[in-house]
Design a protein around this ligand. Structure first.
Ligand SMILES: Cc1cc2nc3c(=O)[nH]c(=O)nc-3n(C[C@H](O)[C@H](O)[C@H](O)COP(=O)(O)O)c2cc1C
Length: 214
């Protein structure tokens, strides 16, 4: 393996000044997500979701943000999965975005709640048919004998819905909402002297911003 000591990026693509940041983290994150989408970043809406289980053990994995609304972000998953079990017991999470194309990172932290059945149904209806069928097939995070298990289950569900226009949403499939408690924006800078600004609630229903040392 190549010696990783020699991997060095000098971050020079941008700078972030406190006065240029919008007044809420929701607005600022929306702008940075748009920038990432425009930069042709692969899976620009992907973030690392960190949860903590009942024993206090953390797990991170990538999921996709599907909506940013009302000071929160929403992702969808299987509600019987390991991540969902963590969140049911300990409804707090961190969401970490990284866009290397822009030398930017965003770290979100907050309480988690479930998305309503109505919103779940509305979003599920917009998904491609194969993804809708896949949601019925996978018992996410559980062990299985072989890939054949999945293929057999897919065949069964394809038969069940053959000719049907609408695929029902599985009851175990839905969204979680992470409510913004703190949101940190990071822009890489030269000499490792990066720009960091964190938004936290100001106690009067608004948001305050603080500079952080890199
Ligand atoms: C780019 C990318 C996007 C993903 N998006 C999702 C997603 O939106 N929802 C989801 O449940 N899993 C998604 N996954 C799979 C998860 O990383 C993970 O493997 C799965 O949700 C099971 O996690 P768990 O066992 O910790 O619950 C994605 C993986 C990658 C690499």
């Amino acid at each position: 393996m190549k010696n990783m000591h020699s991997i060095r990026t000098d971050y020079v693509k941008g700078e972030m000044r406190m006065q240029d940041l919008l007044s809420t983290p929701e607005q600022q994150l929306s702008v940075w997500l748009d920038d990432a989408i425009k930069s042709d970043a692969l899976d620009a809406n992907a973030f690392c979701l960190s949860t903590v289980n009942a024993e206090g053990c953390p797990t991170g994995r990538i999921v996709l943000v599907k909506e940013i609304k009302g000071e929160s972000l929403v992702f969808y998953t299987n509600k019987s999965s390991s991540k969902a079990q963590d969140l049911m017991l300990n409804p707090r999470a961190a969401a970490t975005f990284y866009w290397p194309e822009l030398e930017r990172q965003v770290c979100v932290r907050g309480n988690v709640s479930v998305v309503s059945d109505k919103e779940n149904d509305e979003y599920f209806a917009t998904r491609p048919r194969e993804s809708q069928l896949g949601a019925w097939v996978s018992d996410q995070s559980k062990t299985m004998e072989s890939r054949e298990t999945l293929e057999k289950a897919l065949k069964k569900v394809e038969e069940k819905y053959s000719g049907a226009d609408k695929i029902d949403r599985p009851p175990h499939w839905g969204g979680f909402r992470i409510e913004f408690e703190s949101v940190e924006f990071w822009q890489g800078r030269a000499s490792r002297l990066h720009d960091r600004v964190v938004y936290t609630k100001d106690g009067n229903g608004g948001w305050g911003k603080s500079l952080l040392q890199p």
